[in-house]
Write a protein that binds this ligand. Structure first.
Ligand code: HXC
Ligand code: NAP
Length: 285
């Protein structure tokens, strides 16, 4: 049976934000062809933003751009790029700037992850996730800074995770990668504020209908996962996208350097003992 398409546009869209709040802006969204990045892109477009979605799989990117344009009436450019490779990244940013002439907002949402105990993690497995998440975030931030943001200002939004807050089991690589990203958010805020650039992080909790949840939930049912969260439900891609829209807008003009958690209180209450993790993740360990 074909896998269910989880990259679908929102229906009956209503928002507290004005629908022209992003008019004349351009956003470059890494990982924008799927999951959380897809809905972030859609939400920015629904408020007047033109977008670029960039990652490795050009066919999926093109299909996503087609869906996003049809749903929002705004323009979306699909660009192939491996965030680990600086030459690729520079070419992708160049393509975006040749097309639109500007990049006001960068959303670093590209990431890789899988469940793996540290004891069986290969050298290359650890390196791969650090390269996609941490080095990828630096590569794209630096390329957009050098070619546009340095002279015009703008906003960089790093999609992080709460994994490092309590040593999440079996995700040594992703936890370390996201902790490093949160650190970059602070340093770049300090160094690049002088250029009119804000740098913020967003750390989502468990978000339904994403590749991340599919990989990490193991045997935990949706209902059981929801019960473990103080607000009593899983997050939605829209929860993350709404916060991103807020952060990208001038309403958030005094927010920089911090990583805001959007997880319904989840990281404080989700189980993290060796015994519970082994049980939940038996099928993937
Ligand atoms: C152990 C694994 C593994 C697994 C890969 N490796 N999968 N090790 N368990 N399940 C090892 C490989 O054996 C190899 O090491 C090394 O990792 C690189 O693997 P490749 O397949 O060559 O890497 P690549 O093709 O670059 O793919 C990267 C990937 C892949 C991360 C492995 O899964 C991917 O492309 N993911 C993108 C989508 C994704 O992961 N989305 C979820 C993001 S969610 P050796 O030693 O054999 O060479 C997220 C959630 C955060 O970040 C928090 C949620 C709460
Ligand atoms: P996803 O759909 O798999 O998104 C990851 C994206 O990264 C994909 O579009 C993928 O596209 C891209 N990517 C992977 N490797 C890349 C590379 N080397 N170069 C360029 N792009 C690359 O997963 P998601 O669950 O929505 O996650 C999105 C973000 O949210 C990630 O940063 C993740 O860490 C974060 N997050 C997710 C959750 C959750 O519950 N899902 C929770 C906390 C944080 P290609 O395959 O085309 O390259």
């Amino acid at each position: 049976m074909a896998e269910e398409d989880i990259n679908v546009c929102l229906t009956n869209y209503k928002s507290f934000f004005r629908n022209d709040i992003m008019r004349d802006k351009v956003a470059f969204v890494t990982g924008g062809g799927s999951g959380i990045g897809f809905t972030i892109t859609e939400t920015l477009m629904r408020h007047g933003c033109k977008t670029v979605i960039a990652s490795r799989k050009l066919d999926r990117l093109r299909e996503s751009a087609r869906k996003l344009e049809a749903a929002t009436g705004q323009e979306c450019l699909a660009v192939k790029m491996d965030a680990r490779n600086p030459q690729d990244v520079l070419a992708a940013v160049d393509q975006a700037l040749s097309h639109y002439g500007r990049i006001d907002i960068l959303v670093n949402s590209a990431a890789g992850n899988f469940i793996c105990p540290a004891s069986s993690m290969s050298f290359n497995a650890f390196k791969t996730v650090i390269e996609i998440d941490t080095i990828g975030t630096f590569n794209v931030s630096k390329a957009v800074f050098d070619t546009y943001l340095k002279d015009h200002g703008g906003v960089i939004i790093n999609i992080s995770a709460t994994l490092p807050y309590k040593g999440s089991l079996f995700q040594l690589h992703a936890s370390a990668a996201k902790a490093a990203i949160d650190s970059m958010t602070k340093t770049l805020c300090n160094e690049w504020g002088q250029y009119g650039i804000r740098v913020v992080g967003i750390a989502p909790g468990p978000i339904a209908d994403t590749e991340g949840m599919r990989k990490l939930a193991g045997s935990l049912s949706r209902a059981a996962a929801a019960r473990a969260i103080p607000v009593g439900r899983l997050g939605t891609k829209r929860d993350v996208a709404d916060l991103t829209l807020y952060m990208a807008s001038d309403v958030a003009g005094f927010i920089s350097g911090d990583t805001i958690v959007v997880d319904g209180g989840s990281w404080m209450t989700s189980p993290n003992s060796l015994e519970s993790a082994k049980m939940q993740l038996k099928s993937v360990l």
